[in-house]
Design a binder for this molecule. Structure first.
Ligand SMILES: NC(=O)c1ccc[n+]([C@@H]2O[C@H](COP(=O)([O-])OP(=O)(O)OC[C@H]3O[C@@H](n4cnc5c(N)ncnc54)[C@H](O)[C@@H]3O)[C@@H](O)[C@H]2O)c1
Length: 358
């Protein structure tokens, strides 16, 4: 059996999720962990069987030459670690959403991966939930008739949530390319956050197969009253000529179809449940080039371009044609253009996150 040596950089919440899941899968061996915070690193090492540790990712990567280079840093650090993963000879790079904070950086990441041929996956792992899989199964079965609309809403802000919403709607639509996107945004509070975003963004996408995508993310998004936990108030679904099916990230799914009537089921987003298959499918792809990981970079990049296109539309106005052919700094554009008016909340409990009142 091939066993793959893994280095994990960034031992925060997501780094620990990744490292513990790699550790418990016999296809992987965690040979090193890295964080700039020495105390955090020490605590992580004790839980992970004391692999090699270091505070300098480049030095550790070059020494260990891992098969799999995983990094789980905040969104302000992407391109240098992609380059490091390529340079240290990794066969696969696993990293966190969002792909990048600007299309300029995203394009360079794409070039570095395309030129090197290194495989990469981006962590849109909610899809492994039973409730997500149930909805995908219904959509893929044809029971909705001709699918014409996919949609996603979340009360959390865009750098946290929009990438997830877009990715799962694209999955429901078989990753058909988008032809164009258009969006509006409100609220400057989260432009100061490390997960830099407008407080609220609302946009539409037109896919090449005629399907329409509708997205609502942040302070002005609608409530998902079925779900109590604020961060998991996400509704993602598809509508067709013969019914609809939708998943609520924090709990359950429902569908109404011509042939099946009203259907509903359980399921809730759970890292412990979602991470093992996400990690196993990295081993499957490393073992066999044909078993492309469903969270492969090529899929994630489509959603990333849509998100960057939304931001450009906010700044420039009008529709943005995809694919993007030139890079820009969308965050700088948003900082210039999002109006100074306070965002209007749709949900009282959002006040604690957005610092304003409903
Ligand atoms: N896929 C999901 O469901 C999901 C959920 C939460 C967060 N995320 C994403 O995961 C990423 C990380 O989020 P988090 O909540 O784990 O953050 P975190 O702040 O808990 O952890 C980040 C870690 O990276 C370390 N770090 C920063 N710079 C470093 C460097 N140069 N070298 C080594 N270590 C460095 C920090 O010290 C920190 O320990 C973000 O992009 C976030 O959007 C994804």
């Amino acid at each position: 059996m091939n066993q793959y040596r893994v280095l994990v950089v960034g031992m925060g919440k997501r780094g620990m999720h990744h490292a513990t899941t790699f550790k418990s899968n016999p296809k992987f061996q965690v040979v090193g962990i890295c964080d700039i915070d020495a105390a955090r690193l020490e605590a992580a090492a004790a839980k992970l069987g004391n692999p090699k540790t270091g505070t300098d990712a480049a030095a550790l990567a070059k020494e260990l030459k891992p098969d799999l280079f995983c990094f789980c840093t905040l969104p302000n650090l992407r391109l240098p670690l992609i380059k490091l993963g390529v340079e240290c000879g990794a066969k696969l790079i696993a990293f966190e959403k969002p792909v990048a904070m600007s299309s300029a950086e995203g394009l360079q990441i794409k070039q570095a991966l395309d030129q090197s041929g290194v495989k990469a996956v981006v962590s849109h792992q909610h899809r492994y939930g039973e409730h997500y899989k149930a909805v995908k199964k219904i959509v893929a079965s044809g029971a909705l008739g001709q699918v014409h609309t996919v949609y996603g809403t979340a009360t959390g802000w865009a750098a946290h949530m929009l990438s997830h919403l877009i990715d799962y709607t694209c999955w429901f639509n078989d990753y058909t390319d988008a032809a164009w996107v258009m969006a509006q945004a409100a609220g400057r509070g989260k432009l100061a956050d490390l997960h830099t975003s407008p407080d609220y963004i609302s946009g539409v996408a037109h896919f090449n197969n005629g399907v329409r995508g509708i997205y609502d993310c942040g302070a002005g998004a609608p409530d998902v009253p079925e779900v109590p936990y604020w961060w998991r108030k996400c509704r993602i679904g598809a509508q067709g000529s013969e019914g609809f099916a939708e998943v609520m990230t924090g709990g359950g799914w429902r569908a109404v179809t011509k042939s099946g009537g009203y259907q509903t089921g359980e399921g809730g987003m759970n890292y412990d449940y979602d991470m093992p298959p996400y990690v196993q499918e990295m081993a499957d792809w490393l073992d066999d080039d044909k078993q492309v990981h469903p969270c492969c970079f090529a899929n994630a990049y489509k959603g990333f371009e849509m998100m960057a296109g939304f931001y450009r539309s906010v700044a420039e106005g009008g529709q943005i044609a995809l694919p993007l052919t030139t890079g820009a700094d969308e965050i700088a554009l948003l900082k210039e253009k999002v109006p100074a008016k306070k965002v209007i909340l749709t949900l009282g409990e959002s006040a604690k996150e957005y610092g304003t009142t409903a």
